[in-house]
Design a protein. Structure first.
Length: 345
């Protein structure tokens, strides 16, 4: 789910922001819309889909240094279209935005890049796979990737190796987001093992860990009454994984969905109401009160866990701000993961 859709906010006029969070409930107009029964085609679908309005390549990683210090990394490239076509040169209607971040227990470092499509500054090719904005790169194959990014106070260079298959959310990758039927195409590679070098103001650190890459595209992913979301990607000690999200609605109701991922990559999708997340503790950060500890449940899998932010101040101070950072998981299942929260004023 995620703020992977956030670049759309750059394309909508201010009056559209009443149409769901960041205008993401605005009508699809002439853009393509997701439909059930889509047959994914790889490597083609690792690349862009310019006839859809919104798309992202979104990676988060939970890492540790040799001394046990935990770190979180984010690397994201968003594509948003002003018109449903690719185009060339300065007339190309594609806009690009990149977010990169490093989270430590005591600090959160963030950088943002903006680019226009059609001039080589940013883009994605499917085969050989390369996603880039300026000098930030995610390049290789979906089984073997190199990831680089830097900001004023950080840099990282990571190697990612997939140890499991791609997984598809919802109905074979058709992920419904509302009772009125808004949806996206959504698949993930949640089985990366990571090694690399992290550079911070207090020195360099060799790190290892795991990463989760999400791919999603749509043209109207939310309904006009959805004001934000809370998204969880959790990796448990026994090798199982859980993706779940809660979409908050203006009438104080919720729309939820989840995917249970077995260690071998087989999945089970859960409809709205099966997955739940309730705030346990709120933290004041960047002038906002944000939940940084949650009770997360999926009764069908006997999941009842507490999800806690490693750094409660992991606020993404970017064009449309949000919270995103690594978490610990304790309770019926122990583990690690990532949490993203949008729409907190």
């Amino acid at each position: 789910m995620n703020v992977r859709l956030i670049i759309a906010a750059l394309c909508f006029p201010v009056t559209a922001f009443a149409q769901g969070f960041a205008g993401l409930g605005t009508a699809a107009d002439d853009f393509a819309v997701p439909e059930a029964g889509y047959e994914f085609d790889f490597p083609r679908d690792h690349g862009p889909h310019p006839d859809f309005r919104i798309e992202w390549w979104y990676l988060t990683a939970n890492l540790r240094a040799a001394d046990g210090t935990p770190y979180g990394l984010q690397w994201t490239l968003f594509r948003s279209a002003l018109a449903p076509e690719a185009g060339m040169g300065w007339s190309a209607p594609q806009l690009w935005m990149g977010h990169a971040a490093v989270t430590t227990p005591d600090n959160h470092y963030v950088s943002e890049r903006l680019a226009r499509g059609g001039i080589g500054q940013a883009g994605v090719t499917a085969s050989p796979f390369e996603a880039w904005i300026d000098d930030w790169q995610l390049v290789g194959t979906f089984d073997d990737l190199n990831m680089t990014a830097s900001g004023p106070d950080f840099a990282y260079d990571m190697q990612l190796d997939a140890t499991g298959p791609l997984v598809f959310h919802g109905d074979d990758g058709f992920s419904v987001k509302s009772a009125s039927g808004q949806a996206s195409y959504y698949y993930s590679q949640p089985f990366y093992e990571v090694t690399g070098m992290l550079s911070l103001p207090d020195g360099d650190a060799q790190v290892t860990g795991n990463a989760w890459l999400d791919r999603e595209w749509s043209s109207q992913p939310l309904s006009d009454n959805q004001s934000g979301w809370d998204w969880f990607s959790l990796s448990f000690a026994d090798g199982a994984k859980l993706m779940g999200f809660v979409l908050r609605q203006t009438d104080d109701t919720f729309y939820t969905a989840a995917t249970w991922i077995n260690p071998d990559g087989t999945t089970e999708a859960y409809p709205t109401g099966a997955f739940a997340a309730s705030p346990l503790a709120v933290h004041a950060t960047a002038g906002r009160d944000v939940p940084v500890s949650w009770q997360v449940t999926l009764p069908d899998r006997e999941v009842d866990v507490t999800v806690t932010a490693i750094n409660p101040d992991a606020w993404m101070d970017v064009s449309v701000p949000y919270w995103e950072g690594p978490v610990t998981v304790t309770g019926s299942h122990d583990g690690i993961g990532y949490l993203e929260m949008t729409g907190y004023e």
